[in-house]
Design a protein around this ligand. Structure first.
Ligand code: MV4
Length: 451
């Protein structure tokens, strides 16, 4: 087992990794930018190394500085968390060269899944259902139009280097094809430096349902059921839950087996997520695979009673997984607490937290790095914590969520708490009746008068 793990991240996920390391008797090294000097991950790690100024490019994304911190502290492994370098194939490769274990998959696997068309081809070969569409990239407008017609409108144009909706365009008729194609290409080039575009049939009113998987160094793979992440706003997830109100046991087993096939096909090592789009007929299609721990991993942990960070560390250390099948016996919901103003287009709201009381009690978990008096720096993403509730049923998990949100006091900055309070009262949400388009029509009511 590792003796010392460097955590190449910040915020709640750095705290999350430190907690598990402590329980496993592994020493921790925090790295931090000057903006994060007062952060809890710096205080709770055994050692901390300042790696530069606030800008991510000069600190959390700066590979030489992170490798230097790992060398001087004698760390034998690096946990990348999510975001930053978590899916950077070169970083995984450099860790290999330094003989420091990257807690996650090797560079080839990250590269394969990072390029969407290669990922899709790999899944077709493995027998995983994918959205009907082009084989390979479209370079020629006339050929693209011909193919779109064959697939049948509406279609979706996607960037092979994509993710997060960048370079993605819906096309409803041939007359719009050329314009949308050029605009997708331009956006992909600007965002990723790669203008490769492919075409898919547009799946209308889909749900975003992902399967958590774990694979060890010996080819064993298991799945840990699904998470429903359909409640998103501009490709930012706001609420996640397990099980999905839309998934029955038959669908769970089918999707779970497909996710296992996907991971086996690439000899996947680590925990990962296979994302699917699910249509109203319960047909499902591979979308992408994430080769990292995800923000929403706690809902799976709560329903299955399984520490996914511990599993990541064990897999990286060469310990085999037990390969059991896991099914949700409980219901967990996570809401993201962001320092954003939901009444002002979710505009970031950094600043000092003047007062903080987090909810507690049965069925409540709060993962956060913030404390009363903490100054949220403006340089990073605005998520400041996650509130997770768990109960026997979805109805009870929502009831617990409502009372936990009422107990949450966080003053000094705007947060997404008022949004979540209203969401928990929404009839369609409560009935489990939602798709990825849900928030396009959700209307936030004016803030209640407290006086
Ligand atoms: C789609 C789709 C409909 N049809 N592909 C969004 C992010 C990217 N990873 C894939 N995405 C989508 N791909 C086809 N063929 C709809 C989306 C999509 C979406 C997916 C999941 C969650 C939220 C979404 C919001 C808008 C569009």
């Amino acid at each position: 087992m590792f003796k010392k793990i460097l955590i190449a991240n910040r915020g709640e996920i750095a705290m999350r990794v430190i907690r598990t390391c402590k329980e496993m008797g592994i020493k921790t090294v925090a790295v931090y930018s000057t903006a994060d000097k007062e952060s809890l991950h710096v205080r709770f790690a055994d050692e901390a190394v300042c790696i530069g100024p606030p800008a991510s490019a000069d600190s959390y994304l700066n590979i030489p500085k992170i490798m230097a911190a790992a060398e001087i502290t004698n760390a034998d492994a690096i946990h990348p968390g999510y975001g930053f370098l978590a899916e950077n194939a070169s970083f995984s490769e450099i860790c290999e060269e330094y003989n420091i274990k990257f807690i996650g998959p090797g560079p080839e696997m990250i590269r394969k899944m990072g390029d969407k068309i290669t990922a899709k081809e790999t899944m077709i070969e493995a027998g995983v259902p994918v959205v009907p569409g082009s084989e390979g990239l479209i370079t020629d407008i006339a050929a693209g139009k011909k193919l779109a017609k064959k697939i049948g409108y509406p279609v979706m144009l996607k960037a092979t280097a994509g993710g997060g909706g960048k370079g993605m365009r819906r096309v409803f008729a041939e007359k719009d094809f050329e314009k949308e194609f050029r605009s997708a290409q331009k956006e992909a080039k600007a965002s990723f430096g790669n203008d490769g575009i492919y075409i898919e049939k547009l799946i209308e009113e889909p749900r975003h349902i992902e399967i958590q998987i774990a694979g060890d160094q010996y080819g064993n793979v298991c799945h840990l059921s699904e998470r429903d992440c359909s409640i998103q706003r501009r490709h930012q997830k706001l609420v996640e839950e397990c099980p999905s109100p839309f998934v029955d046991q038959a669908l769970r087993e089918k999707m779970g087996n497909s996710a296992i096939k996907a991971a086996e096909a690439i000899n996947y090592e680590g925990v990962g997520t296979v994302e699917f789009l699910v249509d109203k007929n319960k047909d499902y299609y591979f979308m992408e695979m994430n080769t990292r721990i995800q923000v929403e991993h706690p809902v799976t942990e709560e329903v299955i009673d399984y520490d996914l960070i511990k599993e990541q560390i064990k897999i990286a250390a060469g310990i085999p997984i037990t390969g059991r099948e896991y099914f949700p016996r409980l219901h967990a919901i996570e809401v993201r607490i962001n320092a954003e103003d939901p009444y002002n287009d979710f505009r970031p709201s950094p600043g000092v937290i003047t007062e903080l009381h987090t909810p507690k009690g049965h069925g409540v978990r709060v993962d956060t790095h913030v404390y009363g008096g903490y100054a949220i720096p403006p340089h990073y993403d605005s998520m400041i914590g996650k509130l997770i509730t768990v109960a026997q049923t979805r109805e009870e998990a929502i009831a617990t969520m409502k009372r936990a949100l009422d107990e949450f006091i966080l003053e000094g900055v705007k947060t997404t708490i008022p949004f979540h309070k209203q969401l928990m009262e929404n009839k369609d949400f409560v009935e489990g009746n939602f798709t990825t388009h849900f928030l396009e029509t959700f209307e936030l009511q004016p803030e209640e008068d407290k006086d």
